[in-house]
Design a protein around this ligand. Structure first.
Ligand SMILES: O=C(O)CC1=CCC(=O)O1
Length: 269
C-alpha cells in the first residue's frame, strides 16, 4: 500500500501494471466508495496500461482532513498526487463525483490530461435541495438511514438480489467516514461544469449504465452533447457503478475508445 501527504492529508493510492509508452490511466472513485470498486477493470487493463487508483480525501484509507469540501479541494489533491508521482498526459477516468473531479482537473490543468473517461457522471449532479436533504438525513440517522436508497441507484435489482458481492459493497458505503461522505455531498452540491464542458478539447468518452438511478442515461447524454466530439456509450444491465456490475463491458468500451487515442488517430478539438 502506498500513502503520500498532499495538502495536509494522507492519500492512499496504488500504481499497477503498464507496458511500453502508454499513458497512465487514473481512476477516481465515486461518493461513498473506495478504489476497490475498480478492481475488476484493473485486472483486465493491467497488462496494457499503467494504472493509478486512489482514495479521495474522506474515503477509504485516505485522511478525512477538514470537511466540508469543495470540488476544488478534491482537484487540488489529485493535482498534488499526480505531481508527486510525476504523471502528466494521463487518461483520467472519473465515476460520478470522480467525473466532476476529472472535469475540474481539466479546467485547472489541461496539461495533465490526454483524454477523459466520464463514467456515470454529469456537468452538474442533483440539486442543492437534494444534497441538503441527504446531508440532513445523515445528520439525523447516519449512513444507515440512506444506504438502501443509495443501493437502489448504484445497482440493478438483479445484482442486489443475487450477486454475492452485493453485501460487501453495501458494507463499503456504510464504512466510509461520515464527515468525508457529507463533506463530499457538499462539494457535489456546489459543483457546476456546464459552462466548462464546451471547452473540453481532448478525446472524451461519456459512458453510463442503462439503469443508473443517480445519473441516468439522458443526463449523461446531455453532458456528451455539451462536449465537442464526445463519444457516448450505454452499458446494458448496469446501474451507477458499471465497474462493479459490468466490468468486462466497461473495459471493452474503454479499450475501444483508447485505441485511436494511443495511435494518435483520435479526432479532438
Ligand atoms: O449516492 C448516489 O446517489 C450516487 C452518487 C452521486 C454522486 C456520486 O458520486 O455518487
Amino acid at each position: 500500500m502506498q500513502f503520500v501527504q498532499v495538502n495536509g492529508v494522507s492519500l492512499h493510492h496504488q500504481i499497477i501494471g503498464g507496458a511500453g509508452n502508454k499513458p497512465v490511466i487514473v481512476f477516481i472513485n465515486s461518493l461513498g466508495t473506495d478504489f476497490r470498486i475498480w478492481r475488476d477493470v484493473i485486472v483486465r487493463l493491467a497488462g496494457s496500461y499503467p494504472l493509478l487508483t486512489y482514495d479521495k480525501r474522506g474515503h477509504g484509507l485516505s485522511d478525512v482532513g477538514q470537511a466540508p469540501y469543495s470540488i476544488e479541494d478534491h482537484v487540488d489533491d489529485l493535482i498534488g498526487l499526480l505531481e508527486h508521482l510525476k504523471v502528466s498526459d494521463a487518461v483520467v477516468c472519473g465515476l460520478s463525483v470522480g467525473g466532476l473531479i476529472a472535469q475540474g482537473l481539466y479546467v485547472r490543468r489541461p496539461d495533465l490530461v490526454k483524454a477523459l473517461i466520464l463514467c456515470d457522471t454529469a456537468h452538474k449532479i442533483g440539486t442543492a435541495d437534494m444534497w441538503a436533504a441527504r446531508i440532513a438525513a445523515i445528520d439525523e440517522s447516519g449512513l444507515d438511514g440512506i444506504v438502501d436508497g443509495v443501493m437502489e441507484r448504484w445497482f440493478t435489482p438483479a445484482f442486489r438480489e443475487s450477486d454475492s458481492a452485493f453485501p460487501g459493497y453495501r458494507n463499503m458505503m456504510l464504512r466510509q467516514p461520515v464527515e468525508g461522505y457529507t463533506g463530499t455531498c457538499a462539494a457535489i452540491r456546489d459543483a457546476d461544469y456546464t459552462a466548462a464542458a464546451g471547452e473540453i478539447a481532448v478525446p472524451t468518452l461519456c459512458v453510463v449504465g442503462d439503469q443508473d438511478g443517480a445519473t441516468p442515461p439522458e443526463l449523461v447524454l446531455s453532458l456528451a452533447k455539451l462536449i465537442p466530439r464526445a463519444r457516448y456509450e450505454v452499458i446494458k444491465d448496469a446501474g451507477h457503478i458499471p465497474c462493479v456490475e459490468q466490468p468486462e463491458m466497461l473495459t471493452t468500451i474503454i479499450e475501444a475508445f483508447l485505441a485511436p487515442v494511443i495511435s494518435g488517430e483520435a479526432a479532438h478539438g
